[in-house]
Every structure is written in C-alpha cells, then in structure tokens.
Design a binder for this molecule. Structure first.
Ligand SMILES: [Zn+2]
Length: 512
C-alpha cells in the first residue's frame, strides 16, 4: 500500500481502530527495533521484566516507565548519557530478522545493506530548545528524514496549503526542529519557499525585502518575530495582499495574538488571513498543526499523525492516563523513529482540552487532536520564577493575559531585584508598546487592574515604548529568538543571567 493511501486510511478510522493499529505497530516496533537496538530501553525492559509482547493494548503502555528530559542529561558518572538513547543496530540480530532475510533473498545483500544504512546511520542532528535548560542533541537517520518529510507534507495539508502558494519561512536558522521541519514542508509539499533564517540572519529589513520580492501567501515563524515583521511592514507601507496564512510555532499562541496578527495583516491589504498555530518538540521529530477555522469560532486543535506516534495525556501528579478530552500532560511515544529515540517521553507541556478522537468540526478528518491551550511547566521551573513577592506566579497565564490585553502590541516582562540587591525582593517590570493612541495613564491603570484580577499581582513599574525601542529590548535582529521574558536579577555571585537568550551550546556537540 502506498504511504499516502495508508495515511488516508488512518485519517478515516474511529478511535478504537486507531488505538488497536497503534498498539500493533508499537509491539512490532518494540520487538524488531527498540528492545534489540536501544541500549537504554533494552536495559529498562530487562529491569522491568518486560518484553515487546507485554504491550498488547495502548493501556498496557502504562507498564513502561516514563522517560524525562533529566534522564538524558549528563551526570558526573555518565557524561554522555544521551548516547544510550541512540539506536545501535547489531548486525547479527538484524541478519536473523525475517524481514532482513526476506529482503536479502528478494533484492540481494548489497541492497539490504544500503537500506539498513539509510535506516540506522545518523545523518542529521537537532538540538532541544528551552530557555535555560541544557540543549541535548537528537540524531536523525534518513529514515527519520523520510518521516519528517511525510509529516511536514501532512502539516501543509492540514493548514490548507495550495501548490501555487509561496511561503516565507522566518524561523530562526539554527539546528532546531522548527526551521528544518518548515524547510522540508516546503520541499515535500512542493511550494516555492524562501527560508530567511529569521531576524538574526537577515534582520527585519532583509525579511521585508523578501516579502516584497516573493509576495508570500504564507508566512511562518515565531509569533514575536512575525509581530515585529508585520509592524515594520505597516510602518514602511509594504503591501502583503497575497497573504492567506500566518503559521506560528516555537511559542505559545493566544486568541488575543491571533486577533492582533489578523488585524495587522488586514492593514497590509490581506483582510482574510488564517492565523494557525503549530505544536512540536525536538524529541518527537514532528510538529502538528491546526486546520483553518471560521474566525468567530475556536480552533479545533493540533491534528496528529497516529501512524507516526502515540500521544498520551496523563495526570501530572499520579502519572496515570486521563480519559479522552481531559486536561493533562502530553506524553509522546514514537512508532517509526530511528536515531535518538525516547519512549513515553514526558514533555512537561500541559494541554487543557486533552486528546479527542471525534471528527474535526472544521475539516472533518478523524485524526486524533490535541485540543486547547498548552502551557509549559518546564519554563517556570527552568526560570525559577514561581515565587515573586510571595505570590506564586504562573508565567504561562501571565503571557496569555498580556497577549489578550487590548491596546498593547509587543511586550516584555523583566525581572529585577529591588535596589539591584541579589538578596532583596523580586520585582516585575512590564515594557509595552501601544497599538493605538490610548493615554499612557489610562492604559497603566487598565493593565494593573488586569494583572491583579488575573494573577493577583501588581507590576512594580510599567514602561511605554515605541516600536523601535521594543524591537531593541526584545533583541530583534540580534538574538536567535526574541526575548519576551528577561531576567535581570543579579545573582549572588555577580553575573546576571539572561534566561531568554537561547544559544545552543555547540561546543557540547556530539561527535560520532
Ligand atoms: Zn480539522
């Protein structure tokens, strides 16, 4: 069966059948790939007295312990722990597998060797991102790039792309999933794409020049940068008449932000733009998208690829799987991955609408979907911002409060210490730029009230800036990823951490 017919089959199945097919595929994957070739999971299965046949249904998956990011981080005894998650095929075991024998008889030994090399030899490497967590390398083989190509083409289909579309890929150029997934999306779907590398590579000016040249139908990138890009386009009266989709990734997307971006696009001559969010993470080597929806209705969630991976939603406290449609933490298990592989990977991302299987109300596909707002626990923990002036702060909520606030466009939260004293109280300073001529005093009052109502917190100071100053504060054109939250609290040892700057530590690169 061709891969596209297979996908179509998966797109029309009810929940029970999807789950059954996933369980069968998982058992096969564990038996022929994971247990024999993953040093980490071979050991784990032995310890837990499990084998591939222990997992007969998706509910059985709960017998397998979770994998967390910390399981891959180096320790003094294991400085290169991530290597234990890289599949290392054993020629003797492979030679005994029926599939290998069958193909060798059919196509000859040389051909089979070439196939196995494509399947298992790493040819690419991405790094995990995160505000301050250590970036970890994830290796991809040609088999993985094949899956990535297929998934990225499907993402384009879900977004309603057309072959005649032209796409501007404004994700930061880096060894990260977002940029490369989008690059492969353009190639696999077959649309003319320019990858600008984002603000740091070409600057906002360079991106605008390419918008003028390309006249794109789709712009895809990180919300903060796209916001600045459209704002500068408005300042310079650049027309964007062709624009039909703004696709966002790498950061949370709120309803307020969608509305702002739609309004800005309308101001550039594109009155009916769909602003669609994507969700993905390096460890899955995948990203999923929303389909276009009427602007007065809610988006229907991220459309998954059930043949490429299993998503579970678990109670973050007990670790138990929650029923369909219930909120919880997103846990991922791949079904086709090679290279670096993690099973039952706890993302630290919480989704408030959970996982659903009903046909999508907007596009009709019966793919499982992740529904609702996603917030990242990891960001709070990594930044150690949970306690500010004695109040517990959910920064995810704070971001939504700001994105949804009327009259303001770009914003930045800055953390300081009172009197710049590392032992004094934390202070929260808010920098904003206005989208209209509302008086500073009035907006100051409104924002304080909004903050207090939503998160029971008063910012210590609110500063108003023009667009150019906000660009400078957020590091547009300077840092890889624009900074919406900055930590300027001095540490007791004197150096001020700047947590939002994402710099993959390439000196820690894995060298095969
Ligand atoms: Zn849909």
């Amino acid at each position: 069966m061709s891969s596209s017919r297979l996908q179509n089959r998966w797109q029309q199945l009810p929940e029970a059948e999807i789950r059954q097919l996933q369980a069968e595929k998982l058992r096969q994957y564990l038996r022929t790939v994971m247990v024999p070739f993953s040093p980490h999971y071979r050991e784990l299965f032995r310890e837990q007295k499990l084998n591939a046949d222990s997992i007969r249904t998706l509910d059985d998956l709960q017998r397998l312990p979770f994998t967390k990011k910390t399981d891959l981080l180096p320790t003094p005894e294991h400085p290169e722990r991530f290597k234990e998650f890289i599949l290392t095929p054993d020629a003797k075991i492979l030679a005994r597998q029926p599939k290998t024998i069958f193909r060798a008889v059919l196509h000859g030994r040389k051909k089979v060797e070439a196939e196995l090399s494509a399947e298992f030899r790493p040819v690419s490497m991405f790094f995990t991102t995160g505000r301050s967590a250590e970036p970890l390398p994830f290796l991809l083989t040609r088999h993985d790039l094949g899956n990535l190509t297929s998934a990225s083409r499907r993402l384009m289909e879900v977004c309603g792309a057309q072959p005649e579309f032209r796409m501007l890929n404004a994700f930061p150029f880096a060894p990260h999933l977002a940029f490369w997934f989008t690059y492969y999306a353009g190639v696999s779907f077959g649309v003319l794409t320019v990858s600008t590398g984002g603000g740091k590579v070409l600057g906002t000016e360079g991106n605008l020049r390419l918008i003028k040249k390309l006249n794109p139908d789709t712009i895809i990138g990180v919300p903060t940068f796209i916001y600045h890009l459209l704002q500068q386009a408005a300042e310079e009266k650049v027309s964007c008449k062709n624009l039909k989709r703004i696709v966002l990734g790498g950061e949370k997307t709120s309803d307020g932000l969608r509305r702002k971006l739609r309004d800005m696009a309308a101001g550039l001559g594109a009155p009916n733009v769909d602003v669609l969010a994507t969700y993905g993470f390096t460890e899955s080597k995948l990203a999923w998208a929303e389909c276009p929806f009427p602007h007065d209705l809610e988006p229907s969630g991220y459309h998954l690829y059930p043949d490429l991976g299993i998503i579970e939603i678990v109670d973050p406290k007990t670790g138990r799987a929650v029923p369909t449609g219930q909120p919880g933490e997103i846990v991922f298990t791949p079904l086709e991955a090679r290279g670096t592989v993690v099973l039952r990977y706890r993302t630290g991302d919480f989704i408030d609408g959970g996982l659903v299987y009903e046909p999508c109300p907007h596009c009709g596909r019966t793919l499982p979907r992740l529904v609702g707002k996603i917030s990242r626990a990891s960001e709070i923990k990594e930044m150690q911002l949970d306690k500010l002036k004695g109040t517990l702060v959910d920064f995810n909520q704070l971001e939504h409060v700001l994105d949804d606030a009327p009259h303001i466009g770009a914003w930045q939260l800055e953390l300081r210490k009172a009197g710049d004293d590392p032992f004094d109280l934390d202070e929260l300073v808010l920098h904003v730029s206005k989208t209209d001529s509302t008086a500073d005093r009035q907006l100051d009052h409104e924002l304080r009230e909004r903050f207090y109502n939503e998160v029971e917190l008063h910012p210590n100071q609110i500063f108003f800036h023009d667009a150019a100053e906000m660009r400078r504060l957020q590091g547009v054109g300077v840092v890889i990823k624009e900074q919406k939250v900055v930590d300027h609290r001095p540490r007791a040892n004197g150096d001020a951490p700047n947590v939002a700057a994402v710099k993959p530590e390439l000196e820690k690169t894995y060298e095969p």
